[in-house]
Design a protein around this ligand. Structure first.
Ligand code: GLC
Length: 473
């Protein structure tokens, strides 16, 4: 089967969050299973673009309302990612360092989607399936069906995978002329709450919809930033498929970013050495349990609870614990977190920013990973930490609920129900007691390390879904 994944992010080309990790791994596993995989994304000004070789396989001019933009399609020549990578180069719109956050994001991603389809219809054969990811590519299923110029794609099924339903890419009907000419009797498909809503468009028009965990699919029927009723209507074509992780990139035995590699046979020693390096770097005490947070500092991830929860947990435990935070996001949360640095020196530290290497070292060296998310469509960090023998402390929501079971129920982690400072601190207390019982602690770590979260199974579920929409089953 020839499968196109169309996405705004893909690791290691450009990453903001977990979307990149999924689009960098899932196609690789589908390729290994014998399919032909292509990943298409915008060409940002990234390190990857500068350091790798590309050949231009197509060029043209795309039309966005009254504007014309020249574009070219660049194929990465080495195929080292395990799939074919195509970058849509639209210099005026994407020759920038960041992935998102510009005033003209609507124009940027609309142009990306148009250029992608312009190129695809010029190829010899049409793909078997087009898998779009999140709202940045949500207009594609509509355009494939209703824009006259893309009629060749009318019989190609499309699937929309939702990594985060909070972001929907809404914009006003003033921009409707950006769409290539289409049958206006279908204009209602573009509308949700008096606006054009890219995610809703994709949900309505795609042949199938997937979310990145089964629990998240259930949750969005009740809470989806205004799209609840739509998700109920399309339930018949929806499925929750739990993400996997790339077990080649995330392997404590081979990970080059660690101080010391280790496996389930010698994890105690291995983890301790990584912890000592981390503690030296951040002026912490390696004899005390180390709690970490890695991720975006937004309310959605429970980031706003971290400053107070950290301060309370450190005082309640008479500074007998360490806390290390790696992340960036809201300036207010960043400042609040940094304001604790003086009072809790020696037990608490922060790294404000994004640092892939440090993240790997933390997964290996920390004892517990905090994930107090309010919303977590899947969450990958808990799976990385399980694989590295670090016990996740999670709020039961979305994919966290599907992957972490409380150790009180014979599980692999620590769970709480509320996104609250009280619940986080209570879980930290339980973790501190567990840390003192080394035998029990190591049993739980082992359980985590031996859980299989590889993409092999999940990527097969995607193929089943494609077959379903291709009517092959
Ligand atoms: C988004 C979600 C996260 C999920 C990731 C990959 O970042 O917030 O929960 O794991 O996408 O699907």
């Amino acid at each position: 089967m020839e499968i196109f994944h169309i996405s705004a992010e893909c690791y290691p080309v450009a990453k903001v969050g977990g979307l990149a990790d999924v689009v960098g791994a899932l196609p690789k596993y589908q390729n290994k299973a014998g399919h032909k995989l292509r990943v298409v994304m915008p060409c940002y000004e990234t390190k990857f673009r500068k350091e790798n070789d590309f050949e231009c396989v197509h060029w043209g001019t795309l039309q966005l309302g009254n504007f014309n933009f020249p574009f070219s399609v660049l194929k990465e020549t080495s195929d080292k990612l395990g799939f074919e990578l195509y970058l849509m180069e639209i210099p005026e719109l994407f020759d920038r360092k960041e992935v998102y956050g510009y005033e003209d994001d609507v124009e940027r991603f609309m142009a990306f989607q148009i250029a992608t389809l312009d190129w695809i219809i010029g190829r010899e054969a049409m793909p078997d399936v087009i898998n779009c990811h999140d709202h940045h590519t949500g207009l594609i299923p509509f355009m494939m069906q209703h824009c006259y110029k893309y009629h060749q794609l009318l019989n190609t099924p499309s699937m929309l995978t939702i990594h985060n339903g909070l972001y929907q890419g809404q914009f006003s009907f003033d921009k409707i002329n950006y769409f290539p000419e289409f049958d206006r009797t279908h204009v209602k498909l573009l509308e949700w709450n008096h606006q054009i809503n890219s995610l809703a468009v994709g949900v309505k028009c795609a042949s199938a919809v997937t979310t990145v965990s089964p629990s998240y699919l259930n949750e969005i029927n009740n809470s989806a930033n205004g799209l609840e009723s739509l998700f109920n209507i399309v339930r018949y074509k929806s499925r929750g498929i739990l993400n996997g992780i790339d077990t080649e990139v995330w392997d404590p035995l081979k990970d080059k970013m660690l101080e010391k590699n280790y496996s389930i046979q010698n994890f105690e020693k291995g983890k301790q050495q990584n912890k000592e390096t981390l503690c030296t770097l951040f002026n912490l005490d390696p004899s005390k349990p180390l709690f970490s947070f890695i991720g975006r500092l937004w309310d959605e991830k429970g980031g706003d609870l971290l400053p107070q929860a950290s301060a309370l947990a450190l005082s309640e435990n008479f500074k007998e614990i360490n806390i290390l935070i790696l992340g960036s996001g809201s300036a207010q949360i960043e400042n609040q977190l940094n304001s604790l640095l003086v009072d809790y020196k020696g037990n608490y530290n922060t790294f404000i920013g994004y640092n892939e290497e440090l993240a790997h070292l933390i997964y290996a060296g920390a004892d517990f990973l905090l994930m107090p998310s309010r919303v977590e469509p899947c969450g990958l960090n808990q799976m990385y930490s399980l694989r590295y023998g670090t016990i996740p402390i999670v709020r039961r929501t979305g994919g966290l609920k599907d992957t972490v079971i409380d150790f009180g129920d014979n599980g692999n982690g620590i769970c709480h129900d509320q996104s609250s400072v009280g619940d986080i601190c209570y879980s930290i207390q339980r973790a501190v007691s567990l840390y003192e019982d080394k035998k029990h602690l190591n049993e739980i770590r082992k359980k985590g390390m031996s859980t299989d979260h590889s993409w092999e199974k999940a990527s097969q579920e995607y193929i089943e879904m494609y077959n379903l929409i291709l009517n092959k089953i």
